[in-house]
Design a binder for this molecule. Structure first.
Ligand code: AMP
Ligand code: ZN
Length: 136
């Protein structure tokens, strides 16, 4: 299904032009218009899924295979020394376009970017309780 109000549906399906790095029947990979680093790309499914929770498992697997192929190409062609895969779900997690996408962010020496979090500290009991909440 496509969402007629969704900009990434329009880009993924070629109704809005983009700098396309790769395309097949199910995906388009484009350059991000506000790149964190040189080569920052987005993997877009052509079908509309708002986020990871809506994404079928099989499509999720295909996204990761494509990310691996694109990452190898970026390393070879751009000479990046690292690469972050980032995938935001929900406002709170920084998602701004509500069509599932995977960021591919090549990393370079002194690229001025920082992708991370402030590490917390938990007791053994707290860790155990969280574990039981998720899988218990
Ligand atoms: P997120 O915050 O994870 O939802 O990421 C949305 C990303 O989409 C941002 O990195 C934007 O720079 C990028 N973006 C938004 N509109 C466009 C567009 N028309 N073409 C390419 N990238 C876009
Ligand atoms: Zn969409």
């Amino acid at each position: 299904m496509k969402d007629t109000n969704c900009i990434f549906c329009k880009i993924a399906n070629g109704e809005i032009p983009s700098k396309t790095l790769y395309e097949d029947d199910n995906f388009r990979v484009i350059l991000d218009l506000g790149p964190a680093t040189k080569g920052h790309a987005l993997i877009l499914p052509k079908e509309h899924y708002a986020n990871l929770h809506e994404l079928p498992e099989e499509t999720a697997g295909e996204v990761m295979k494509l990310a691996k192929r694109m990452a190898d190409r970026m390393k070879e062609r751009l000479g990046c020394e690292g690469l972050n895969l980032v995938q935001n779900n929900g406002d709170l997690a920084g998602q701004t376009v509500f069509h599932f996408h995977m960021h591919m962010i090549p990393r370079y020496q002194a690229d001025g970017q920082k992708i991370g979090w402030r590490p917390g500290e938990l007791t053994e009991e707290e860790l155990e309780e969280i574990k039981n909440t998720i899988v218990g």
